[in-house]
Design a binder for this molecule. Structure first.
Ligand SMILES: Nc1ncnc2c1ncn2[C@@H]1O[C@H](COP(=O)(O)OP(=O)(O)OP(=O)(O)O)[C@@H](O)[C@H]1O
Length: 250
C-alpha cells in the first residue's frame, strides 16, 4: 500500500488527560478514510495534530513519507496537506467566485493580485470556473457567502480547500448542520472529488461515513480502537457496543 499520510505512536496530553494515546494510523494514497468515534474520543485533537494546530507530546506525523511533525501549519499546507475550515472562517461578504479566485491565485503565487490580473490570467479563470462547476456553485457565484443556503456554504468550504491543490484533504464534518433537502447534493459532490486526492473524513453522520469511506478507523478514549472496511467495522461487536452504549447513555 502506498501511504499518503501516516502517524506513528502519536501522543497528545492535556494535563493528566491523554487525548491521543500513541495512535498509529495510515491513510492510503487515493484513500477515502473515515475517522469515527463517540463524543470526546479525540477526533478533533487528532486532526489538530495532523495539521499542526497543536504540538504533539510524542510520536511522528509523516506526509508522503516526509516527517512533518515539527513543521508549522503553513509548511504542512505547502507540502500538500489541505483541510476544510468552518464557514465562519471564510469572509461572509465575499462571493464564491472571489473566495475560490483568491485561493487559486494565492496557490499560484499571485495573492491578492488576482483582481488586477483578472482579465489576463485565463489559467486562473478556467480553474475557478471548473471549481464552481464541480461544486455546483456556478449559479450563485456572485452571491455573498452569508446569504447562500447552508449546504452551498459547506460546498464552498471544500471548494476553497481543493483550490489549494492538496495531495491529502482533511474534511471536518462536512455534513454537520446541512438540511435534508441539500444533503444529496453534498453526498454526490463528495463522491465526485478527484480520485488522486487522499481524503480523511471526520463525520458523525453514519450514512455519509458508510457510503463515502473505503476504510474506517474507530477512536475511543484517544486510542486506536478498531479499523477495517465499512463492512468489517459494522460487523465488529466491540464497535457496536461502543456506539450502542453511547446511545443508551445519551
Ligand atoms: N484544549 C484542550 N484542553 C483540555 N482538554 C481538551 C482540549 N481539547 C480537547 N480536550 C479533551 O480531549 C478529549 C478529546 O476531545 P476531542 O475534542 O478531540 O474529541 P472529539 O472526538 O473530537 O469529540 P466530539 O466528537 O465531541 O467533537 C476530551 O476529553 C476533551 O475534553
Amino acid at each position: 500500500m502506498s501511504v499518503a499520510l501516516e502517524t506513528i505512536n502519536l501522543e497528545k496530553r492535556f494535563g493528566g488527560l491523554v487525548a491521543t494515546n500513541k495512535v498509529s494510523f495510515r491513510l492510503a494514497q487515493g484513500g477515502r478514510h473515515a475517522l469515527i468515534g463517540p463524543n470526546g474520543a479525540g477526533k478533533t485533537t487528532f486532526i489538530n495534530l495532523l495539521t499542526g494546530v497543536l504540538p504533539s507530546n510524542g510520536g511522528q506525523v509523516l506526509l508522503n513519507g516526509e516527517d512533518v511533525t515539527r513543521l508549522s501549519q503553513q509548511q504542512r499546507a505547502r507540502r500538500g496537506l489541505g483541510r476544510t475550515f468552518q464557514i465562519n472562517q471564510l469572509f461572509a461578504a465575499m462571493t464564491p467566485v472571489e473566495s475560490i479566485g483568491l485561493a487559486v491565485s494565492e496557490r499560484m503565487g499571485g495573492g491578492a493580485d488576482f483582481w488586477r490580473g483578472l482579465g489576463t490570467r485565463t489559467d486562473i479563470i478556467d480553474e475557478v470556473l471548473e471549481l464552481l462547476e464541480r461544486f455546483r456553485l456556478t449559479d450563485v457565484m456572485d452571491h455573498p457567502t452569508a446569504r447562500l443556503p447552508y449546504g452551498k456554504q459547506r460546498l464552498l468550504e471544500i471548494a476553497v480547500a481543493l483550490a489549494g491543490n492538496p495531495r491529502v484533504l482533511l474534511l471536518d464534518e462536512p455534513a454537520a448542520g446541512v438540511p435534508e433537502a441539500e444533503r444529496q447534493e453534498l453526498l454526490d459532490t463528495l463522491a465526485a472529488l478527484p480520485k488522486d486526492v487522499s481524503i480523511l473524513l471526520i463525520e458523525h453522520d453514519m450514512d455519509l461515513v458508510f457510503t463515502f469511506a473505503d476504510r474506517i478507523t474507530v477512536l475511543v478514549n484517544g486510542t486506536h480502537f478498531a479499523e477495517g472496511t465499512p463492512a468489517e467495522v459494522m460487523a465488529d461487536p466491540r464497535v457496536r457496543e461502543v456506539y450502542l452504549g453511547e446511545e443508551e447513555h445519551a
